[in-house]
Ligand binder design. Sequence first.
Ligand code: DAH
Length: 339
Amino acid sequence: MKQQLEAIRSSASAELAGISSPQELESFRVKILGKKGELTSILKQMGGLSAEERPIIGQLANEVRAFIEQEISERAQSIKEKETEQRLLSEKLDVTIPGNKRPLGSKHPLTAVLDEVKEIFVGMGFDIVEGPEVEYDYYNFEALNLPKDHPARDTQDTFYITDNILLRTQTSPVQVRTMEQQKPPIRIISPGRVYRSDAVDATHSPLFHQIEGLVVDKGITMADLKGTLEIFVKRLYGEDSQVRFRPHHFPFTEPSAETDIMCFACGGKGCRLCKGEGWIEILGCGMVHPKVLSGCGIDPEVYSGFAFGLGLERIVMRRYNIDDLRLFYENDLRFLGQF
Ligand code: DAH
């Protein structure tokens, strides 16, 4: 019996060393010290011992029990410490690690430059108005002095809804809509989408954007047109940019002009960007045709006005040196993220 007790004592330490969870520890305790445990079953046999042996074995049994209890409680303690240590390790928080940044969107380059353009004109006292993209033939062509058989219509082929309703090819119809509703003085710009049935390439798109401008009042002259557009160009492209006006023809203005800015890549000498011209066309303009004024109920003997229309994509391409129009519409974040 003595040997059995010693054996229990000596194997207990080794077994305990391999125990790493509270559950295992509890089943070990039951196995040795429980009601049907190894130590208990030995003690149950003590009745068969002689009177001399009994106290000796009894004392040894108590020692072994105390020893094992002590060992178990030490093991429990160390398991608990290990667990705490592990938990702290897994919950460790490094407050110096940079946070997760949410990617922040930015304005589309077309929107960013349009906002600048609006600000410049609002600063000069212009209102911003809108017009429909699905438009009557009358407003898009007829009222702008482009009757049904006018050859200039050929350059603005578009998408027809019916014979008389189409996707507008220009923002100029907003001039007519404005003059029908509002009497002079008028000072507006009208940005928006326009459509033409052009095939897509680096400089063409069936959808693009224009910004229309219209000023009507008593005594408005070509000098007002030139002064206003010169200020606009200098605000947008810098004070040292140069502007020139070239005679042109538009059916709804007389006289008409196209406005160029001096190429900022070569300073007017001629390069690849300006195709050797030294100048880059940015808008069309002119004095509102008397026929257009009177068609809107404004007396051309009393009032005069100027108008202009610029292509938004063009000025944004010039502004950021973008060489392909398609980039604006493809939603490629590698492109858009640069602005
Ligand atoms: N609407 C013309 C176009 O799309 C541009 C234009 C030219 C607008 C002269 C005007 C203007 O207001 O006066 O080609």
